[in-house]
Design a binder for this molecule. Sequence first.
Ligand SMILES: [Zn+2]
Length: 474
Amino acid sequence: MQRFVSHPSRNPLSLSVAAILMISSWSAASGQGAPTGNLQGSGLERAIAIEREVSGIAARGELWPGFDLLSIPLAIYTGEETYLFRHPAPPQEFELVPRQDAWVRRAPGRYPSVSANTSVDLGGVSTATLMAENRAISPARCAEIAAHESFHVFQRAHHPSWSGNEGDLFLYPTEEAGGLALRRMESVALANALAASEDAVARCWARTALGHRAHRFAAIDSTFSRYERATELNEGLATYVELRAAERVSPVCPPGEFGATAIRERCYWSGAALGFLLDRLRPDWVTELEVNDRGDLDLMLHEAIAYIGSDSICKLSRAESDRLFEEAKRDVEAVSTQRAAAALAFDTLPGWRVTVELPTDAPLWPQGFDPLNVQLVDGGVLHARMLTLANDQARLEMLDTSAADLVALTVAAGAHPLWNGISRVTVAGLGQPEVTPDGDGLRVTAPGLELRVARATSQTVGQQIQISTTGKGR
Ligand SMILES: [Zn+2]
């Protein structure tokens, strides 16, 4: 999905950050989407098969009040071409491919703005985009992902407040073992509530879950509870819609719950879990939320259960609580080790690397990154999938594709890992880049990398290209 996050800063480029996501990491990891035929078909056949599945989902009924899945254009990259369906004003690169059963448009190769499972402005229209090169992912599964991404388009148009500030995630207090243990106790209680066969038992466990959440949120700054609640509305509800598209009524929590730093990933699950519990305990919640979108899912659930009884018999056993605390302690301790190890692994990645150094008073600003593929490490932030940085002097675009396995390390110019700008960026894992003069600066290109820097010089030592600016950017 794509979102725009605004927040106070001195970024002269307005600090809107297009945070572009791969979707459904947790559900994909839980084993859905096994291959079901059509592994060898052409790109056209695959795109048509996916579109047919999307139509089938739409035909089964409304997934959310007012959300018309087929009203949102869909672009599908199949590895060979990009296909476009139901777009009211297709860019001229997309030629009509007349068929008996569908109006399909096709552009050669990967259309530039189609680079993730997300939603983008394509020809002036918000369009869901799918990366469908991997034939092991069935057309049906691709269509469920399309429902998720299309719902994000609906959310942006109708509920723009449903979006967390991704910058807050970098400062989340992940070093607190007690908070992590409470989070996992909350998850166990939520899962028990979802699995309960009787409504009274579901309520009882839901109350326990919300009790753990209340303790957890009381111990952290409201910035972070706000982030979780907003992300549950954003990604949690998109996941809820995706699961409904798959005709499922409950999300699956992965074994061991989620990692200590996987705050965002967990919101996909917890938001969907809250949605399905609300289906059961507050059946009109979707309509209520559609009318007043300032509600939070956990608070809506709280209202639905708070006045029904009070003595909870739904408690985790002492042994289970102790185990969760011990695991949380271990996991939190491992975070700093992992951050050091990831930084070291980056330093030793094979291939060419390009580094751009900027003065701290004229840093690069993040324009786009993928919050599911960033990692705080010793010395900066690793970006494993995509990154766009720019200022008046330079622009860097990195996209990890099947043709290029790239990682970038950004070094902060100020206190926040990204929001105060980037004073140094290194892209590693490159094939040999081409460095060409570009006005008073230079252009560096390699598969997956496009970099232009004005007023700059470069120096190559071995497989390392160092770029320094010779004049001030703004
Ligand atoms: Zn999403």
